[in-house]
Design a protein around this ligand. Structure first.
Ligand code: PLP
Length: 368
């Protein structure tokens, strides 16, 4: 079998063994968590245990957790379900936030992708407002000053939603300490299954369900819950991981790419320990991703969450990264199964590509 290196954890993390085994055990559960009989109660007890684990992951009370079909639905419920006149979102948000409704107003970011707090303050005017800012960016790993956003919001009486899909599990995240109103989570970014997530909503904030139906999830998300997925989510949420060894691998990879001429984006500000977004001029993202794939190394260009096609990244555009450079950016993201071998495989394959570009460039300039 071909040796491979999976380095695309921000797109999806491989399932953790504990989550896989919890789900395998759950597959034969019979009861619907809404049924009052014994098997229904058993199913509900398992679901509520998972709710405890997910709540603990972000330090929130258990009854704030509303299970959804993933991060996208959690974002949609927060932005579309809220009872506010205006919704302000940062320019680097995931498409799940940017496209949650048609009337979002966009807050500018600086060259590192950090939200422009002055621009935000200028937009706030006392009307009922929800501000949505992500905890960490999926493409660059840049961590937003969420605390400062909340402080500004409180001054103007606005609510704050935080898409913490990429941050939780990788960097400390405490919903209560940050004084957030709503937080979106997704299981498959932390080693749980795809297709399950949660919106964690502070008590007292009124939301209208986007998916109506039965009275599940306190009437905020109709439909029989994805019990197996939720159990897997709960198991993954219990695994508190130390990302310091992953950060060492990420830094090793960056040192190797920088010596060969790569430019790391967002390098000078606080970032997730597992993510590196860098560009090498003259080497289009798509070519890098495809050549690396042939060598067994899996990374992504721009946001892989979309459609499988590589298009200009709205994140790098908002950071005003030169378009040509932005088209040469790739994202490497590591996680619980990453090893030094992966990094070495990446560096070997990527360096070959770079050497080819450099040879071509120098033979062109010799010919001129
Ligand atoms: N928010 C962020 C920051 C993400 O990175 C993603 C997925 O990449 C999502 C939301 C969407 O989550 P899901 O795939 O669970 O719908």
């Amino acid at each position: 079998m071909m040796k491979t290196a999976y380095m695309d954890y921000n797109a999806t993390a491989p399932i953790l063994p504990s989550a896989a085994s919890a789900m395998a055990d759950a597959i034969n559960l019979v009861g619907n968590p809404s049924s009052v009989h014994r098997l229904g109660r058993e199913a509900r007890a398992k679901m509520e245990a998972a709710r405890d684990a997910v709540a603990a992951l972000v330090n929130a009370p258990r009854d704030w957790v509303i299970f959804t079909s993933g991060g996208t639905e959690a974002d949609a419920l927060a932005l579309d379900g809220v009872d506010c006149e205006r919704v302000l979102v940062s320019a680097v948000e995931h498409a799940a936030v940017l496209n949650a409704r048609a009337d979002v107003e966009v807050i500018a970011v600086d060259a590192n992708g950090l939200i422009d707090l002055t621009a935000l303050e200028n937009m706030l005017d006392g009307r009922s407002t929800l501000i949505s800012v992500m905890a960490a960016n999926n493409e660059t790993g840049v961590i937003q000053p969420v605390k400062d956003v909340v402080a500004l919001a409180r001054k103007y009486g606005a609510l704050v939603h935080c898409d913490a899909v990429q941050a939780v599990g990788k960097t400390p995240f405490d919903m209560l300490a940050l004084d957030l109103d709503m937080v979106s989570l997704s299981a498959h970014k932390i080693g749980g299954p795809q297709g399950v997530g949660a919106l964690v909503k502070r008590e007292g904030i009124t939301l209208n369900a986007v998916q109506r139906g039965g009275g599940q999830e306190r009437s905020l998300r109709g439909g029989t819950e994805n019990l197996i997925g939720i159990i897997g989510f709960g198991a993954a949420a219990k695994e508190v991981m130390d990302f310091s060894s992953i950060e060492v691998l990420r830094d090793l990879l960056e040192t190797q790419t920088k010596t060969r001429g790569a430019k790391v984006l967002g390098e000078t500000v606080e970032r997730l320990p597992n993510t590196s977004c860098f560009a090498f001029e003259g080497l289009p993202s798509e070519r890098q991703v495809m050549a690396l794939d042939l060598a067994g190394v899996m990374v992504s260009a721009g946001s892989a969450c979309s459609s499988g096609t590589v298009k200009a990244s709205h994140v790098l555009k908002a950071m005003k990264v030169d378009e040509e450079l932005a088209n040469c950016a790739i994202r490497v993201s590591l996680g619980w199964g990453s090893t030094k071998d992966d990094v070495e495989m990446f560096v070997e394959a990527w360096s070959k590509l770079v050497e080819r570009v450099q040879t071509r460039k120098s033979s062109r300039s010799n010919a001129a």
